[in-house]
Design a protein around this ligand. Structure first.
Ligand code: UDP
Length: 361
């Protein structure tokens, strides 16, 4: 039910770790917009303390009004259950708009539930394409973009991708280059960073993360990553905060890890690791950019990326999962500095711009 008809009600749907970081930036800015009421729905896609609660505490995100416990299961099961339950919330709340982030199953389910109820959808991180349809994230982002009416693009290449897609000629949407909200987050919270507990690392270590399904679901790929990181660990200590999916996959792998793994860290601890490392090795989307925001080079443990401008700038390189390539590029890029003049991702001003456009829409 709409409590105050003069207020513009926005239902924001989040569910996974990167979305907590992104939405914290925009929610802050929305709170400063007059006449906007935000209702937060958490699907529960990520649910435990280290993947969810800690982000709400550290980033000062208000408790969600709706907490659905829909983590786990296959893609179809998870997305289907989300669709059903998000629809019920939207029918009850009758919002003026639904706001979604990124490329997870929560993003797609929310966008689909909303558009079928004729509720306009705004998509933050629109237009990104890896052009690899085997990635579940690629399917989620293409479909979400196609049913959104405001597409907040983080980069020039994201705008270009959308302008190349026929659908927007028949169904015009507001396509805006807005910059990247993760750069806002880096700036907003950078001063609050803190060293992870029991982590006695000297400056210049290698920070690694890995959790993409194409890597964790394939023993050969995961083995290549482990061997590559083992080799790099001979040169500089490697530390890898372990995503739960990767922990399970590694338990079944017949290669010993020679580097340090730690439990997933909170965002403020992750900022500390990014500030103090000498190189990032990752298959994460967000962490590739965060490396750059912290002036570090990145080797990306994938065959494609949607953050192509970092490749063009030669501050990031796709190394896939071949151990020798990981070792060679990792050593080559150790301690190299990535210069960020703010032109690629907007310099950290995306949140207020998004909030203002949502308030006006
Ligand atoms: N992150 C974190 N702790 C960790 C690993 C990642 O806080 O142990 C943060 C990271 O800094 C970034 C976000 O989580 O802000 C990215 O999430 P993830 O890599 O899970 O997702 P992706 O960006 O690949 O969708």
């Amino acid at each position: 039910m709409r409590s105050d008809p003069t207020l513009k009600k926005v239902v924001t749907v989040v569910g996974a770790r990167p979305q907590f970081v992104k939405s914290s930036v925009v929610s802050r800015a929305l709170q400063r917009e007059e006449g906007v009421q935000e209702v937060l729905l958490h699907t529960g896609q990520h649910f435990d303390t280290s993947m969810s609660d800690v982000f709400f505490q550290q980033l000062d995100i208000p408790a969600p009004k709706y907490m659905l416990n829909l983590g786990g299961g296959t893609h179809g099961l998870m997305t289907g259950r989300m669709l059903e339950q998000i629809e019920a919330v939207l029918l009850k709340e009758q919002p003026n708009r639904v706001l979604v982030y990124g490329d997870t199953n929560s993003t797609l389910a929310a966008a689909l539930a909303a558009v079928k109820l004729h509720i306009p959808v705004a998509h933050v991180e629109a237009g990104l394409r890896s052009f690899d349809r085997k990635m579940p994230e690629e399917i989620n982002r293409i479909l979400t973009d196609q049913v959104s009416d405001i597409l907040f693009c983080p980069t020039e290449s994201a705008v270009r991708n959308l302008s190349n897609e026929e659908i927007y000629r028949k169904h015009p949407a507001q396509i805006v280059r807005i910059g990247d909200v993760m750069e806002d987050a880096t700036r907003l919270f950078g001063d609050k960073s803190r060293r992870p507990q029991n982590c006695e690392l000297e400056r210049g270590f290698i920070l690694a993360t890995a959790h993409r399904a194409e890597n964790t679901n394939c023993q050969m790929r995961l083995k290549g990553i482990v061997k590559g990181l083992n080799a790099l660990n001979q040169v500089r200590p490697v530390v890898l905060p372990l995503h739960p999916r990767t922990r399970h996959a590694l338990a079944r792998l017949d290669v010993a890890l020679e580097f340090k793994t730690i439990a997933p860290v909170g965002y403020l601890e992750m900022l500390w690791l990014l500030q103090h490392c000498g190189l990032v090795a990752t298959d994460s989307g967000g962490v590739q950019k965060e490396a750059f925001f912290h002036g570090k080079h990145c080797i990306t443990l994938r065959d494609s990326t949607e953050w192509v401008e970092l490749l063009d700038e030669d501050v990031n390189v796709l190394v896939g999962t071949d151990a020798r390539t990981i070792e060679r590029e990792g050593i080559r890029r150790l301690d190299m500095v990535a210069e960020n003049d703010g032109s690629l991702y907007g310099g950290g001003h995306a949140g207020p711009k998004i909030a203002s456009l949502i308030a006006k829409a």
